[in-house]
Design a protein around this ligand. Structure first.
Ligand SMILES: [Zn+2]
Length: 275
């Protein structure tokens, strides 16, 4: 991508209606660059609606990403739950691609008390089946397991970077707030720079030109994330993060998931521009 685009996770609150199409129009009015389609409660959009979304996004010059349903666990212990999880991710990729979305965020698995190394192999095996299926369908959307905020969730930096080197069309969603909540660290320029350096080292420089980032304020306990907060109510050092992104010339999508959505997305974009 040619630059860093800022946008919201879902339709902005100030849109005329809660519809995706009105959301895209509002993103353009606000001068933002992208929006994430929230299929978190299930993919309920049909093909005709998806084609309209693609048309409006193109007219408005808004780029799209999508978020897969929360009800996914590639480490489920029941085979039918694995298959249902794969089906939900495939459905997100199919409708997402018709919408013109370029990248899908997914909470890929829970450990359920299993050893992380075994969970890694399980996730990789079932995700590979999805990737191969999409390849046969000529669907080129990126599948992006997300950096997760709780210790019970699969998705550490090491797990995601390894998975991304081993599978085609797979890369991480770097959720900086989740990682801060999970570790209690990663809230300063040198730490953000170290993360970007690690991505560059393991995935190559191209990965920094093609990022999918989630961003919000966050509240957390010893167990990790408890809830998202507006940036100014949180301890998150977002200016330092934006500075690190600028210094590393990172490009791609920055999706704001603060409760106030577009307010923080605009704040981030304005702050970034002034750096
Ligand atoms: Zn997410």
């Amino acid at each position: 991508m040619e630059k860093l685009l800022f946008g919201t996770g879902g339709t902005p609150h100030s849109a005329k209606t809660a519809s995706t199409v009105d959301g895209i129009r509002r993103i353009a009015e606000l001068g933002l660059g992208c929006m994430e389609l929230e299929f978190v409660q299930g993919v309920r959009m049909g093909e005709a609606a998806a084609r309209l979304v693609a048309q409006v996004a193109k007219e408005e010059g808004v780029r799209l990403t999508a978020h897969a349903p929360y009800f996914i666990n590639f480490n489920a212990h029941e085979p039918e739950k694995i298959r249902a999880s794969q089906e939900r991710l495939l459905q997100t990729a199919r409708i997402g691609a018709i919408c013109g979305a370029e990248s899908i965020a997914v909470h890929i698995a829970f450990y359920l008390g299993d050893p992380p190394e075994r969970v890694y192999e399980t996730v990789k095996k079932y995700l590979l089946e999805v990737i191969e299926r999409l390849k046969r369908e000529n669907n080129k959307i990126w599948i992006r397991p997300e950096l997760m905020g709780k210790g019970t969730q699969f998705g550490t930096m090491d797990e995601l970077l390894k998975l991304s080197t081993e599978l085609e069309r797979v890369a991480p969603v770097i959720d900086f707030a989740h990682w801060h909540a999970r570790t209690g660290k990663f809230n300063s320029y040198p730490e953000f720079a170290a993360m970007l350096e690690q991505i560059k080292k393991q995935l190559g420089k191209d990965a920094l030109n093609n990022m999918h980032i989630h961003f919000s304020g966050i509240a957390f306990s010893k167990k990790g994330e408890t809830k998202h907060l507006d940036l100014r109510e949180s301890d998150f050092q977002y200016k330092e993060l934006l500075k690190a992104l600028k210094d590393f010339k990172a490009k791609g999508f920055v999706i704001c998931e603060s409760p106030n959505l577009e307010e923080d997305a605009v704040l981030l974009q304005e702050t970034y521009k002034r750096l």
